[in-house]
Ligand binder design. Structure first.
Ligand code: F6P
Length: 529
C-alpha cells in the first residue's frame, strides 16, 4: 500500500475518490439504462472475450472513470505484487504459513517445477484407465460399475459439480456417486442399489480427520464387509486421496492406493489434484487434462492481462464496488443451464469460506464489508422463486448470469427460449418498468448484472470458468487485505460437536453445556425409544 496505512483499503486515495464518484450513481433520476444511450458502443467497450468465454459487464454502474478508479484501487492495494506472490509460491496463506499453489496443479509438465504433480497425474491415469477398461476388477472378478466418492466440502463440492456439468462426457460404463452428508440417510440411499463386488470407494480427504468422511467410510466398510467382502479384499475396493498418508493407512487403505495431496493446495481449490479422481473416473483422463488446460489458460490470462482487460480482476472489482459503496450484501448467481445445478453450491464454499473474514492480514478488524453472501440456483427455475425479490425487494443484489450459446440438444428452439429468458431478466433488472398506474407494479430497475456467455460446455471451457472464479475470489481478498486461504471459523464447530456428542452419554460433559443445548439433548433422549 502506498498510503502509509498498510492494508487498509479505505485509506487509499482511490477509495476516497470512488466514494465521491459513487454519488453519480446514487443521484435521483440516475438510470443504468441511460448509460447505453450516452454511449452507443457500450457493449464493445465493456465486454471481454477470452477464448470461448465472453464477459458482458456493460450492464453495471460503470463509466470510464469508474473503471480507472477501480484499477487504481487494485494497483494501490498492490494486486500485481500479490498475484506474483501467489504464482511464485510465497507463503500467502500467512495464518497457516503455506503457499496457495493450486495453479501449479494445472501447469503443463514442460514448465512445471513440481515433478510430483505430473507423477500423481500418471498414477491417476493408470488407475482411471484400469477401472474404465474393466481390467481393475472387484472381488469375484466383477468389473467396477460404480465409484463412490466419500468426502465433504472441497473434497466433494467441486468434483460433484464437475461430474454433473460434464455428464455428457461420461464415456465409460461407470456411474459416479458422491457421498458427503453425516446424515446416515445419505449413505443408506447412496448404497441401496449398489453391489459391493462392483463398487469402488474413493476416500477423499485432505486431512483425513474430517468427521463426516471418517463416519461415512466406516459406514461403507461395514456395508462392504457385511455384504460379502472381507478385509483381504479392501485393497480392490477402497482407495484414497489425502495429504495424511498415515491416517489413510491406519484406516486400512493400502499404500499403493493412496494418492497424494500437498499442504500447498487448499481444500476448496483441490479439484485439480487427486481429489479430482472421481471426475476422471467418469470422463476419462484425457478430458480431465482438458479441464486442467482450460484452468491454466485462465491462469495465464489472470497473471498477464492488463487489469482493464482482465476478466477475474474486473469481476472482483465490480464486487468490491458494490459491497463497498452500494451496500450490496449478497450476489446472486444464476446459471441458465440445468447442468450447472451444483455450481451455486460449489461457489458458496469457494467464496464464503475464503472471504467470510472480519480480521485483516495484520490481525486488525477490517474497516470495510468483506465477503458477500453468494446464493442462487439455475434459471429459468429461479425466475419463479427468488427473482421477485431481485426485482422489487429492498435489497440491492447484483447478479451473475451464466449462459451457454450452444448446448447438445435437438430442442434448439427450446434452448433459444432459455437464452431469451436469461437475457430478458438482465434487461428487466436494468430497465424495470415505469408503469406507475399502480404503485405495486412499479419495478424500479437499476439493478446491475454480468453475463458470462460460454460458447458451449466442455471440459476446457469449464476449467476456464472455475479458475476465473478462483481468481476473482483471490483478487477480492487482496483488496480487502484478508486471507482467502484459511477457515478458522469452521474449526470451532468441529471441536464443539465432539463435546456435544459426548454429552449425550456423559453427565459430566453435559454439565459444561448451556441450558438450551442441555434441554435439546434431554428432549432427544426422551423421544428416543
Ligand atoms: O469445511 C471445512 C473444511 O476444512 C474445508 O475447507 C474442506 O474442504 C473440508 O473441510 C473437508 O476437509 P478434508 O478434505 O480435510 O476432509
Amino acid at each position: 500500500m502506498q498510503n502509509g496505512n498498510k492494508g487498509i483499503p479505505k485509506s487509499t486515495k482511490s477509495w476516497e475518490s470512488l466514494r465521491d464518484h459513487a454519488k453519480t450513481f446514487k443521484k435521483d433520476g440516475f438510470r443504468l439504462s441511460s448509460l447505453f444511450e450516452q454511449n452507443e458502443g457500450r457493449f464493445q467497450k465493456f465486454s471481454l472475450q477470452q477464448e470461448d468465454l465472453l464477459l458482458d459487464f456493460s450492464k453495471n454502474y460503470l463509466t470510464d472513470e469508474t473503471l480507472n478508479l477501480l484499477v487504481e484501487l487494485a494497483n494501490e492495494c498492490q494486486l500485481p505484487e500479490s498475484i506474483e506472490a501467489m504464482f511464485n509460491g510465497e507463503e500467502i496463506n500467512s495464518t497457516e504459513q503455506r503457499p496457495a499453489l493450486h495453479t501449479a496443479l494445472r501447469e503443463p509438465e514442460d514448465i512445471s517445477k513440481r515433478p510430483e504433480v505430473a507423477e500423481t497425474l500418471k498414477r491417476m491415469e493408470s488407475i482411471v484407465d484400469q477401472v474404465r477398461s474393466g481390467s481393475w476388477t472387484g472381488f469375484g472378478g466383477e468389473q467396477i460399475s460404480d465409484v463412490v466418492n466419500i468426502g465433504i466440502g472441497g473434497s466433494d463440492l467441486g468434483p460433484a459439480m464437475i461430474s454433473e456439468a460434464l455428464s455428457t462426457f461420461e464415456t465409460g460404463n461407470i456411474k459416479i456417486h458422491y457421498l458427503s452428508n453425516l446424515d446416515p440417510a445419505h449413505a443408506e440411499s447412496c448404497l441401496r442399489e449398489l453391489k459391493p463386488e462392483s463398487t469402488l470407494f474413493i476416500i477423499a480427504s485432505k486431512s483425513f480427520t474430517t468427521l463426516e468422511t471418517r463416519q461415512n467410510t466406516e459406514f461403507a466398510k461395514h456395508w462392504f464387509l457385511t455384504k460379502g467382502g472381507d478385509e483381504s479384499l479392501i485393497s480392490r475396493h477402497f482407495i484414497a486421496s489425502t495429504s495424511n498418508v498415515e491416517a489413510a493407512l491406519e484406516m486400512g487403505i493400502v499404500e499403493e492406493n493412496i494418492f497424494p495431496l500437498w499442504d500447498w493446495v487448499g481444500g476448496r481449490f483441490s479439484l485439480w489434484s487427486a481429489i479430482g479422481l472421481p471426475i476422471a473416473m467418469g470422463i476419462g483422463m484425457q478430458n480431465f487434462r482438458q479441464l486442467l488446460a482450460g484452468a491454466h489458460a485462465m491462469d495465464q490470462h489472470f497473471r498477464h492481462a492488463p487489469f482493464e482487460e482482465n476478466i477475474p480482476v474486473l469481476m472482483a472489482l465490480l464486487s468490491i464496488w458494490y459491497t463497498g459503496f452500494f451496500e450490496a450484501k449478497s450476489c446472486a448467481l444464476v446459471p441458465y443451464s440445468q447442468k450447472f445445478k451444483l455450481l451455486p453450491n460449489y461457489l458458496q464454499q469457494l467464496y464464503m469460506e475464503s472471504l467470510g473474514k472480519s480480521v485483516d492480514l495484520q490481525g486488525n478488524s477490517v474497516s470495510t464489508n468483506t465477503g458477500e453472501v453468494i446464493w442462487g440456483s439455475v434459471g429459468s427455475n429461479g425466475q419463479h422463486s427468488f427473482f421477485q425479490l431481485l426485482h422489487q425487494g429492498t435489497e440491492f443484489i447484483p447478479v451473475d448470469f451464466i449462459a451457454l450459446a450452444n448446448c447438445d440438444t435437438d430442442a434448439a428452439e427450446q434452448h433459444q427460449h432459455l437464452l431469451a429468458n436469461c437475457f430478458s431478466q438482465s434487461i428487466a433488472l436494468m430497465e424495470g418498468s415505469d408503469d406507475d398506474s399502480d404503485s405495486h407494479k412499479i419495478i424500479r430497475g437499476n439493478k446491475p448484472s454480468n453475463t458470462l456467455l460460454l460458447r458451449e460446455l466442455n471440459p476446457y471451457i469449464l476449467g476456464n470458468l472455475i479458475a476465473l472464479y478462483e481468481h476473482k475470489v483471490f483478487t477480492q481478498s487482496v483488496i480487502w487485505n484478508i486471507n482467502a486461504f484459511d477457515q478458522w471459523g469452521v474449526e470451532l464447530g468441529k471441536k464443539l460437536s465432539t463435546s456435544v456428542f459426548n454429552a449425550f452419554e456423559d453427565t459430566k460433559e453435559a454439565s459444561t453445556l448451556d441450558d438450551s443445548t442441555l434441554n435439546l439433548i434431554k428432549k432427544v433422549k426422551e423421544s428416543q425409544p
